[in-house]
Design a protein around this ligand. Structure first.
Ligand SMILES: [Zn+2]
Length: 112
């Protein structure tokens, strides 16, 4: 991978298509996250939590799944890590605020 990878789209029809795909992907991920958090809440509020070993294992696996989805939000090209904009061209680059490279919009990457 190059030092800084920029995905630049210029044609308005491609920008429209890209933005809608990003919205779709993010809405699916948000729905999944909401569903998993609902399940986790139901497990924690159930009477068997802490007493039933199977319920504890299920809570642990749901928590791991939630962390995976949250990590996707943090590392996706669909959304700028700093400003959360979804409708800009993105650059995979290093920012002083983060230890590793992140996807940033061209405006935030330009402010470095
Ligand atoms: Zn940004």
């Amino acid at each position: 991978m190059k030092e800084n990878n920029q995905i630049r789209i210029r044609k308005p029809c491609h920008i429209f298509f890209r933005n809608n795909l990003r919205k779709l992907w993010l809405s699916v991920a948000e729905k999944k996250l909401g569903y998993l958090q609902y399940i986790e809440k139901e497990i924690f509020t159930s009477s068997g939590f802490g007493a039933d070993h199977r319920l504890d294992k299920l809570a642990f696996s749901v928590r791991r799944e939630i962390e995976k989805v949250e990590a996707l939000f943090d590392n996706t090209i669909c959304m700028c890590t700093l400003c959360a904009k979804t409708n800009r061209n993105m650059i995979y680059t290093k920012h002083p605020l983060f230890k590793t490279k992140k996807w940033l919009c061209v405006k935030c990457a330009g402010d470095i």
